[in-house]
Write a protein that binds this ligand. Structure first.
Ligand code: CMP
Length: 139
């Protein structure tokens, strides 16, 4: 069964949107295999987003992602990576389809409420970055 890494980002946690986002995940039929609240340090955020190092938004993104608590999850299901990305909507909320989480909840392209892995290799890296094996529950 495919797994993906999801994050309810600091903007969404601060705005008390976690419950609505978790409800949408479960309504979509994705199983929550692991979940915890995290508060990344700047260095940890830089490591998580290492593929974006050198991009113009890297400093601002890592400052934002380390600015407050977030909720990290491992989601599981058939096609979980694509299904979670579909539910999130486009990175830029202005381009996200109606009904998607980013369209509903994102403030802008950076404070965009949720994160999801974009491919199987990224999912494996991101899950291992934030969870150890004992924290991930089998169905
Ligand atoms: P995420 O899916 O977590 O992956 C990388 C993040 O960088 C993205 O969501 C946004 O939060 C942020 N991001 C991507 N593109 C831009 C951009 N052009 N300007 C600002 N932030 C961006």
């Amino acid at each position: 069964m495919e797994q993906t890494l999801a994050i309810v980002k600091p903007d969404a946690v601060a705005r008390r949107l976690t419950g609505q986002i978790l409800a949408a995940i479960e309504e979509r039929g994705l199983r929550i295999a692991a979940m915890k609240m995290i508060h990344l340090s700047r260095t940890q955020a830089e490591g998580f987003y290492a593929v974006h190092r050198g991009r113009p938004f890297f400093d601002s993104l890592t400052a934002f992602m380390s600015s407050g608590p977030a909720v990290a999850l491992v989601l599981e299901g058939e096609g979980a990576i694509a299904r979670w990305r579909e539910l999130m909507g486009a990175t830029d909320p202005a381009k996200a389809a109606a009904g998607t989480l980013r369209r509903r909840f994102a403030t802008d392209i950076e404070k965009n409420a949720v994160h999801g892995s974009d491919a199987p290799e990224t999912a494996a890296f991101e899950i291992a970055y934030l969870f150890n094996r004992l924290e991930i529950q089998g169905g």
